[in-house]
Design a protein around this ligand. Structure first.
Ligand SMILES: Nc1ncnc2c1ncn2[C@@H]1O[C@H](COP(=O)(O)OP(=O)(O)O)[C@@H](O)[C@H]1O
Ligand SMILES: [Mg+2]
Length: 237
């Protein structure tokens, strides 16, 4: 899908370029009790590229993304570091990491319109009601959703909801994308379209992307390296 670049997206691209960072995981290990779930794992994701993590259910993929986002459940113990460019993120709280997460069940707020959902994510640095609304309208237009601003999320198709969820993630001007099986609930046609949309935006904005999936077609579409994670219990701490 070829889309015009709205100012908000250019802003995001500038931010990403300014951050200029590869996402780098070094010697990452995640354990629960005495059982090692993930790692040791070393991954370097260059800006504008996507690395795919594959592995069976329960092997710790979502747990790893939670750790990267700075929101690991206290039941787990993690070692290793994550950095973005020259900045070590390991000890930063989630909001200062500025990473964009997208889940399979990325629920839009049902009590807000489509525009309300996007305004919620827009950085406070974009000031003024009119400017904020314009940024949302332009982002929607660029995603083939012109005229959808005032729609109730419950009236959207699955593919439309997926695009709004992705826009919401991108509008926060993240410095990297963490995708947790984001295409899992889409039918084959939508899946292809949304994949192209996600990977296209990530390339344009030079974002490093870490994709978790168990669909080999997702991995092929991502076009980057694929890392297989071991089944849970395969490694003992
Ligand atoms: N909060 C938690 N407390 C204890 N165990 C958990 C918690 N969350 C997930 N787990 C367990 O950790 C393992 C990894 O889960 P998860 O990262 O969700 O796997 P995946 O995303 O690869 O399917 C599973 O065995 C799961 O049951
Ligand atoms: Mg998971």
């Amino acid at each position: 899908m070829v889309t015009p670049r709205p100012p908000a997206a250019r802003e995001g691209a500038r931010n990403a370029a300014a951050a200029g960072g590869a996402l780098h995981l070094r010697r990452v290990e995640i354990s629960i009790g005495s059982r090692r779930l993930v790692g040791p794992l070393d991954v370097l994701v260059e800006p504008g590229t996507c690395t795919t993590l594959m592995g069976p259910s329960g092997c710790g993929k979502s747990t790893l993304l939670s750790w990267l986002a700075g929101a690991l459940d206290a039941a787990f113990h993690a070692r290793g570091t994550v950095s973005l460019g020259a900045e070590d993120l390991t000890a930063l709280p989630p909001e200062r990491r500025r990473l964009g997460l997208l889940y399979q069940d990325d629920l839009l707020f049902p009590h807000l319109s489509v525009a309300g959902n996007l305004l919620f994510a827009l950085p406070a640095s974009i000031r003024g009601r009119a400017a904020r609304r314009a940024a949302v309208e332009q982002a929607l237009g660029g995603a083939g959703l012109a005229g959808f601003a005032d729609r109730d999320p419950s009236t959207l198709s699955g593919g439309q909801r997926a695009r709004v969820a992705l826009l919401r993630t991108l509008m926060a001007a993240p410095r990297a994308l963490l995708l947790d099986e984001p295409f899992g609930k889409l039918d084959a046609a939508r899946r292809h379209e949304i994949r192209e949309f996600v990977f296209g935006r990530a390339r344009e904005e030079r974002l490093p992307v870490l994709l978790v999936t168990h669909d080999a077609q997702d991995a092929r579409a991502a076009g980057g390296p694929v890392i297989e994670l071991a089944a849970p219990g395969a490694m003992e701490a």
